[in-house]
Design a protein around this ligand. Structure first.
Ligand code: UD1
Length: 307
């Protein structure tokens, strides 16, 4: 079996690559290292890594033609909402066009893939009040990032149905764990919290901390992705989350206990346009055989040990 992971040197991608290698799958990574780092991949000696941009159509087509992939995991993306607002054209080319042209090549060349998995985001739900979010809940994509994710999902599913391709989409909620880069203000809050607790730096809390999120440990994300692949769960969308809603204040409290010391919290105004509450219904994933292995306490404990 052979798999392509675009964005395979990134935070979630590198964990997926390590898992696929452990399953005995031949893995090829395409990553431009704009966010990722080859060092994130533990078994990199066993992996073929191309430092390339997924917008390079010629490169992508040659690779697809020559490699005969069974599984394609499309994780390459500009993952920041703020970036997509600052440079919507460029992020659209990566987050939408590159996915579509890959799919289009698979269709036109009739490549016999077993699964094409596209990674979307909880951002598609926007700020609508109904909670928990089900995959068939109303969407309200508010940023270029969310619009690209939603539009691409629709294409991926339409290609699946119209051209009988084995495609599937997942919507990530808040993913955390080792390998997440804390260097930007738009990095995942748990990577920032980890680095603040570790180095005794002040943490800026945007808003009053009552905002809620659904955090899932990266190992559980990989479990979910692998389940979707092995069950051949195609032509659907799956929320990838823990299914538990926690306020940022309670997350800070739990993490302080795990770390054994207090965090220096500095209050700031809430971020413009942010989602106030977010939590997923993960019934579809559970029906597929998924169960959460990592509570927030356990995940934070593991993350902290490795920090
Ligand atoms: C996350 C995703 C985003 C996705 C969105 C969908 C990450 C990194 N981002 O954004 O790609 O579109 O879900 O709903 O996973 N915070 C602080 N201080 C900080 C950093 C963050 O108080 O230094 C707060 C934020 O204001 C927010 C919460 O922590 O209220 C979570 O922030 P973040 O980890 O950036 O994730 P989302 O905003 O939920």
């Amino acid at each position: 079996m052979k798999a392509l992971v675009t964005g395979g040197a990134g935070f979630i991608g590198s964990h997926l690559v390590d898992h696929l290698v452990r399953q005995g799958i031949d893995v090829v990574v395409v990553d431009d290292l704009s966010m990722g780092d080859v060092e994130n991949i533990k078994n990199r000696d066993l992996v073929t890594i191309y430092i390339e941009d997924v917008r390079n159509e010629r490169f992508m087509q040659q690779l697809l033609q020559q490699e005969n992939f069974d599984y394609i995991y499309f994780l390459a993306a500009v993952a920041s909402v703020a970036d997509s607002i600052e440079r919507p054209g460029e992020t659209h080319a990566i987050n939408h066009n590159a996915v579509l042209s890959t799919l289009e090549f698979i269709r036109a060349a009739k490549l016999p893939i077993k699964q094409f998995l596209f990674t979307s985001s909880a951002a598609v739900y926007g700020n609508l009040p109904e909670l928990p979010k089900r995959e068939d809940s109303r969407v309200d994509p508010l940023s270029p990032y969310a619009i690209d994710k939603y539009a691409t999902e629709r294409y991926v599913l339409a290609y699946g149905k119209l051209y009988d391709l084995p495609t599937v989409c997942v919507r990530f909620f808040n993913v955390y764990g080792p390998g997440q880069n804390p260097s930007s203000p738009y990095s995942g809050v748990l990577s920032i919290l980890t680095s603040c607790l570790e180095d005794n730096k002040p943490f800026t809390l945007y808003g009053d901390g009552s905002q809620t999120r659904d955090f899932i440990y990266v190992e559980d994300v990989i479990q979910a992705l692998w389940l979707i692949t092995t069950k051949q769960a195609n032509h659907q969308v799956f929320n990838i989350a823990n299914g538990h809603e926690l306020s940022l204040n309670s997350i800070i409290e739990i993490y302080e206990k795990v770390a054994g010391h207090q965090l220096d919290v500095q209050m700031a105004a809430g971020r413009e346009g942010e989602v106030k509450h977010s939590v997923a219904n993960i019934g579809k994933l559970i029906n597929l055989g998924y169960s959460t292995h990592w509570s927030l306490k356990k995940g934070l404990g593991q993350y902290w040990k490795g920090a």
